[in-house]
Design a protein around this ligand. Structure first.
Ligand SMILES: [Zn+2]
Ligand SMILES: [Zn+2]
Length: 328
């Protein structure tokens, strides 16, 4: 499914096209895609909220498939291996950020389904060093949401500084949050979920949330850390109001509406607000291992590749419980 020109999801911006099967270059692998998750970044891509470096482009960056051809010199995988491809498609391995262990911020980073064609397709290409083995415990469909919702959720969770036994707040309860909740519970945390959507509230409760309410509500306890997944800047103030001294508020989204001005007292006492951008290969490896240990249960709604527009529309209307996944 190809995006030629960004348009609102309601106008079905993706079209089914016949594209030549790509050939892997040196060190690259070709992957026969089995399924690909959809995420809010895809929505921001097709709607043009993000500046698009490549058009037309095949979106999709939560790819699960099977290695189908090896480029010259590729040796990490063999044909038939099952792999996952996430958002981070390549880095230059040499800029200041890469050298500091922050390759997620690499000046030359390329992202799957954004700078290069992604997974809403039968085949895709990636360098062997940026693909990951999928633990056997996961089916193809259940593995797909781990590759962005999961990995970004994990990085957000990590950067929130939450420790076992503490209280974590989650604002918005989509694909990422439903995985972070399970991870946090596995590590003995209490999870407080703030969402308006009835299907998301019911879902959070079933997954073991300690408390579910609206962002305006006061939970029974102050929180040690919180993560905002919803792209609404006003939530920042709500979250700071219920955050303990020295607590961290992590912002997981790639876009967010303006954050309203606020009284300094909301931030004072060493509260920290930080954004989370992309993820590193280390995040991906650590998270996939942890996901298999828990093991995380992904809740997926399946769509056929041809229904990619409908799937994005459902995602936009918060009609997806868990994660949306395209199957080839
Ligand atoms: Zn770099
Ligand atoms: Zn994503």
């Amino acid at each position: 499914m190809l995006l030629k020109r960004p348009r609102p999801a309601e106008d079905s911006p993706l079209s089914l096209e016949d594209l030549p099967t790509p050939n892997p270059g040196p060190g690259e692998i070709r992957v026969r895609v089995r399924c690909c998750g959809l995420c809010h970044t895809d929505l921001h891509t097709v709607e043009g909220d993000l500046q698009l470096p490549k058009l037309p482009v095949v979106p999709g960056h939560q790819i699960v498939g099977v290695v189908d051809a090896l480029g010259p010199g590729a040796q990490v995988f063999k044909k038939g291996d099952r792999v996952g491809i996430p958002w981070l498609h390549s880095t230059d391995n040499q800029c200041d950020y890469c050298r500091r262990g922050l390759e997620n911020l690499c000046d030359q980073a390329q992202f799957t389904g954004y700078h290069v064609d992604g997974g809403y397709a039968d085949y895709t290409i990636v360098h062997e060093n940026y693909a990951y083995r999928i633990p056997e415990v996961f089916s193809d469909e259940n593995a797909a949401p781990l590759l962005c919702a999961g990995i970004i959720g994990y990085r957000s969770y990590r950067l929130s500084g939450i420790a076992p036994g503490q209280r974590l707040g989650l604002y918005g309860f989509g694909a990422s949050a439903h995985l972070v909740l399970q991870l946090a519970r596995h590590q003995g945390c209490e999870v407080y979920v703030f969402t308006r959507t009835p299907i998301h509230r019911e879902f959070a409760q079933r997954l073991g949330a300690a408390w579910v309410g609206s962002a305006e509500d006061a939970p029974p306890n102050q929180l040690d850390a919180a993560i905002i997944f919803a792209p609404a800047g006003a939530l920042v103030l709500h979250a700071l109001r219920v955050l303990r001294k020295a607590g961290t508020l992590a912002l997981a989204g790639i876009t967010m509406s303006s954050i309203p001005s606020m009284d300094y007292s909301l931030l004072y006492h060493e509260r920290v607000i930080r954004s989370v951008a992309n993820s590193t290969r280390q995040d991906a490896r650590e998270f996939l291992q942890l996901a298999a240990e828990v093991p995380l249960k992904t809740d997926v709604e399946l769509f056929d590749l041809e229904q990619a527009n409908q799937a994005l529309q459902a995602l936009k209307k918060s009609e997806i419980r868990g994660a949306a996944v395209l199957r080839m």
